[in-house]
Write a protein that binds this ligand. Structure first.
Ligand code: UDP
Length: 336
C-alpha cells in the first residue's frame, strides 16, 4: 500500500500550526493523537475535530514523563510556546518544554520505533551574521538574553535529536521553521502579523518596533504544514531542513500592506526595539526544494485569508467580553 494509515502523535496539536497539521493528517486518513498542555494551545483550534473518529486528545505537559502504553508510528513535536511574548513570560518552563519535552518524545520514539520530527526554528540562527540563512550556518545566539530560553532550548533539542540518531539510530527530522502566519494565530499573542491585523481591524495604532527596517520572511501555514509532512514522508534516517518562504519583507512594509488589505485608517506608532531582536531573517530553501517542496501561497493571498479569520475571531472575542460584562448578545455588536 503506498499510503498506509498510521497512528500519529502530534505534541502541541492544539496550537496554531499543530491544529492545522492535525487537520491535514486526518484528511489523509491517519489516526491522530493530539497531546497538548493547553497553556498556549486552545480548545477552539480543535473543536471542529472533536467528533472525528480518528482524532483523540490527551491533555499533558511534555515536561512530564509520558503515560505508558502509547504506541505510535510517527511523532511530530510542536509542543512549545512560540511567540516571543508567550515564551518569555515563563522562560524556565519554555526551556524545559524544549529540552525535557524533546527527551520524553525521543524516548517514546526509541521504545516504539516511531519516526520523529522536531519543530525547530529560525531562532537557532539568532541575529544572523550570514544572510540568507542556510542549514549549514551555526548561528549567532546570545545565550543569556531574554530570547535564550527559546533559542537555546531549541538548539539543545536539535542536539538531543542528533544524539538519539547517532546513539540509537532513530529516524529523525528537524525542521527549522521560519515565521509562519495564518488563521488560528491568537489575536493577542504579540507577533507582528497578529498584532498588525488586530490593530488595523480595531482601529488602533499599528505598533512598529524600532525603525521597522528589520525584516522577516513570512510563510502561510498551509504551505508550512505541507512542508512538515513532506519532510516526515521523505526517506532517510536524519534530515535537517529549513522551511519558510524566502520572500523577505521589512516590518514597516508589512504594516503598510496590512493597512491596505484591511482598508484601515489606523496610524502607525513607533515603539522601542525589543532586546536581541534579529535584524533580518530569510531562509535558504534549496534543501527543501530538492524534496520537491516550495511555498505556493503569496503574501497578499495569505494575509487576505488571515484577515478574514481575524474579523471572525475578534468579533467572537468582543462578543465574549460583552457577554461577560452583561451588555448583550453577539448581534448587538458593531461588525468589525
Ligand atoms: N514587531 C513589530 N510590532 C509588533 C510585533 C512585532 O514591529 O507589534 C516586530 C518585532 O520587533 C520583530 C518582527 O516584528 O522585528 C517579528 O516579530 P514577531 O514577534 O512576530 O516574531 P520573531 O520573528 O521576532 O520571533
Amino acid at each position: 500500500m503506498s499510503n498506509p494509515k498510521k497512528s500519529i502523535l502530534v505534541a502541541g496539536g492544539a496550537g496554531f500550526i499543530g491544529s492545522h497539521l492535525c487537520d491535514a493528517l486526518l484528511t489523509q486518513g491517519h489516526r491522530v493523537l493530539c497531546l497538548d498542555s493547553f497553556i498556549t494551545g486552545s480548545e477552539a483550534n480543535i473543536a471542529h475535530l472533536r467528533e472525528h473518529s480518528g482524532f483523540s486528545v490527551l491533555q499533558h505537559d511534555v515536561i512530564e514523563a509520558l503515560p505508558g502504553g502509547l504506541i505510535v508510528d510517527e511523532i511530530y513535536n510542536l509542543a512549545c510556546a512560540a511567540s516571543p511574548a508567550h515564551y518569555q513570560s515563563e522562560p524556565v518552563h519554555t526551556l524545559k518544554t524544549s529540552v525535557y519535552g524533546a527527551a520524553n518524545l525521543l524516548e517514546l520514539a526509541r521504545r516504539t520505533g516511531a519516526r520523529i520530527l522536531q519543530a525547530s526554528t529560525s531562532e537557532v540562527y539568532g541575529d544572523p551574521e550570514v544572510h540568507p540563512q542556510p542549514e549549514t550556518y551555526w548561528g549567532h545566539v546570545n545565550p543569556t538574553g531574554p530570547r535564550a530560553c527559546y533559542d537555546e532550548g531549541k538548539r539543545a533539542a536539535e542536539t538531543l535529536f542528533f544524539d538519539y540518531h547517532r546513539r540509537w539510530h532513530l529516524s529523525i527530522r528537524v525542521a527549522r521553521i521560519f515565521n509562519t502566519y495564518g488563521p488560528r494565530m491568537q489575536p493577542d499573542d504579540g507577533r507582528v502579523v497578529s498584532n498588525f491585523i488586530s490593530q488595523a481591524l480595531l482601529g488602533a495604532p499599528l505598533t512598529i518596533y524600532g525603525d521597522g527596517r528589520q525584516t522577516r520572511s513570512l510563510c502561510y501555514v498551509d504551505d508550512l504544514v505541507h512542508g512538515l509532512m513532506t519532510l516526515m514522508d521523505t526517506p532517510g534516517r536524519a534530515i535537517l531542513c529549513n522551511l519558510g518562504n524566502p520572500r523577505e519583507e521589512r516590518v514597516v512594509d508589512l504594516a503598510r500592506k496590512v493597512l491596505d488589505l484591511t482598508g484601515s485608517h489606523s496610524p502607525v506608532e513607533y515603539r522601542p526595539l525589543p532586546v536581541d531582536d534579529p535584524r533580518r531573517r530569510r531562509p535558504v530553501i534549496e534543501r527543501a526544494r530538492r524534496l520537491s517542496w516550495r511555498p505556493r501561497i503569496d503574501l497578499d493571498e495569505g494575509l487576505t485569508a488571515t484577515i478574514d479569520y481575524f474579523r471572525y475571531a475578534l468579533r467572537n472575542i468582543k462578543a465574549d467580553a460583552s457577554q461577560r460584562m452583561g451588555t448583550g448578545p453577539i448581534r448587538e455588536l458593531a461588525p468589525i
